[in-house]
Design a protein around this ligand. Structure first.
Ligand code: CA
Length: 220
């Protein structure tokens, strides 16, 4: 799951980034409206956290432009405390939810989870695919036999991406975008290593390789 965090308050970004990362999100951040709009159009994010008070281009304008061009990525806006007008303007412009500053991380985390549940159509904190159940809070996998496996952070993100897209072939690039931080590991061959680790957990035949196309989670 990849988030775009748009916030010009560097202290807040420094506070939020590690917390979001430990919740299992990949975080890209920008500190102005122009870069925000560019990246939001350019890359595939699961959700955008958008501060409204931004330099260069206001958050509200970024949001309006994205919606005007049919970008449907969910957007959670951060608004000034007690500014009901900002919230109303943001919701009218197409925000999915809002949070007034200052806020507790737990509230941001719960709202994000709710937005993502709505987006991906699963109603609690587990993802299911046939005999596999992935607990999104504990980052653990339970198989039909009842065996529970704790996954490493990268294994968890990789399996989550596969389980969110059952039956779809996902390219290495697509997978690595949702698994690594920006610029950290650009070599998509590393994906192969993690795919093989997951195969060791799930059984070899559960992740099929499609030459030059990518991988697909398969039934048992
Ligand atoms: Ca601001």
């Amino acid at each position: 799951m990849k988030l775009l965090l748009v916030e010009d308050d560097t202290q807040l970004v420094d506070f939020l980034r590690p917390k979001l990362q430990s919740s299992g999100y990949i975080v890209e951040s920008v500190d102005n409206g122009i870069d925000a709009e560019f990246l939001a159009r350019e890359e595939d994010f699961d959700c955008i956290i958008l501060d409204l008070g931004l330099p260069q281009k206001a958050g509200l304008e970024v949001l309006k432009n994205l919606r005007h061009h049919q970008f449907s990525t969910p957007v959670l806006i951060l608004t000034a405390r007690d500014s009901w007008q900002e919230r109303v303007d943001g919701l009218k412009a197409g925000a999915d939810d809002y949070l007034g500053k200052p806020f507790h991380y737990e509230e941001l985390s719960a709202r994000l989870a709710a937005i993502l549940r709505r987006r991906y159509g699963h109603l609690d904190s587990v993802l299911e695919f046939q005999d596999l159940t992935l607990d999104l809070d504990k980052q653990a996998l339970t198989k039909a036999c009842g065996e529970t496996c704790q996954l490493t952070a990268i294994e968890f993100r990789l399996l989550r991406q596969l389980m969110l897209n059952p039956g779809k072939i996902l390219s290495k690039t697509e997978l690595s975008e949702h698994i690594y931080e920006e610029d950290r590991i650009k070599d998509s061959n590393v994906i192969e290593v993690y795919i093989n680790r997951l195969r060791a957990v799930l059984g070899k035949s559960r992740i099929k390789t499609f030459r030059r196309q990518g991988y697909r989670l398969s039934g048992h």
